[in-house]
Structures are given as C-alpha cells and as structure tokens.
Design a protein. Structure first.
Length: 181
C-alpha cells in the first residue's frame, strides 16, 4: 500500500504524527497521491480521539485503499466509539477489502453490541469479507463453528443460526467478560 511514498514525504508525515498535527495529516489524507494519503490516515490512527473527525472524513474517500486504512485507523484511535459507523461500512461499502477491514476492526475491538450485524454479514457476497466476519464473530464469542468462506449458502446459514443461538444464550456473559478485561 505504501510503496510509492517518497522518503521525504514519509519523514514529513512522521514528523506531523509526532507533533500531533491532525489538521496537517488530514490535509495530506485528501492528497491526490494515494500512498501519501494512506500513510497520513495510518498516522492519524495513532493520535486518538483528536483524530476521529479526520478519520471519519477519510472513511468517505473515493479511493478504497484510503477507506480501508481509515477503517483500520478508526478502530485503533477510538476503540468502540464509532462501531455503528463501522457497521454501516460493513453493510454498504462497495469495496470488499474495506468491508473486510470493518469486520476485522469490529472483532479486534470486541464489538459485542454489533454481534447481530456481524452474524448477518456472514452472508456477504465476497469470501474475503465472510472470512473476516467469521474471524471476528469467533474472536468475540471464543468459539468457531468450522465455517469456511466458500461454504455453500445453506452451510453458512446454519453457522449463522448456531452463532445466533449461542449469542442468545451466552451473549450477556460474553459481553460482561469483554467489558471487564
């Protein structure tokens, strides 16, 4: 993703990150150079709550690579404050890589409240997205039902129902466990 960032640009972005220059990094995130924009969005992810607005803007970028990095960075910057935004991206983004990143970010952050949306996304048309969703659901629940991304729709629906049944039974305890960590 970042192979075309010049050393000077990389140094400038790193200096801005160290200085906490959200506005400057936000400007670069809108840059025509995809590599610079992606690197700036990655740097914004390390700046915490102050960078959230710039990351939310980057989630709407027309370039999938920038949106993907913004989703990953949003998860790093805010923990679960914008989980519903990630669910919206998971449901509607045109890029499978961006949807997969949204699913993975939800799982990395143990987004228990979004479990119904994650299990619904096991029906995504793209196997990469389904694999990320399955990883996230299994991470949150602590159990894997042997689902493969290329399984036929009937087997995926069966796994979805197994996850839903287990969530109805243990969801409150799982959520409590993750909240106490």
């Amino acid at each position: 993703l970042l192979a075309h960032v010049s050393r000077d640009d990389e140094d400038r972005i790193e200096q801005m990150r160290r200085a906490g220059d959200v506005a400057g990094l936000g400007r670069i995130a809108k840059d025509a150079n995809k590599a610079d924009a992606t690197r700036a969005v990655e740097a914004l992810g390390s700046l915490g709550d102050g960078a959230v607005e710039a990351l939310l803007v980057a989630c709407e970028d027309p370039r999938p690579a920038v949106r993907e990095q913004s989703v990953l960075s949003l998860g790093t910057a805010t923990h679960l404050d914008h989980a519903q935004k990630l669910v919206g991206i998971l449901k509607t983004d045109s890029s499978p890589q961006v949807r997969a990143a949204a699913a993975r970010t939800l799982g990395q952050n143990y987004a228990c409240k979004q479990m119904p949306d994650l299990t619904d996304a096991l029906e995504d048309t793209d196997p990469t997205v389904r694999a990320s969703v399955h990883w996230s659901v299994a991470r949150i629940m602590g159990i894997r039902f042997g689902l493969k991304p290329n399984d036929p729709p009937g087997k995926r629906r069966e796994a979805m129902e197994n996850y839903r049944d287990l969530w109805r039974t243990l969801g409150k305890q799982i959520t409590k466990f993750h909240n106490e960590r």
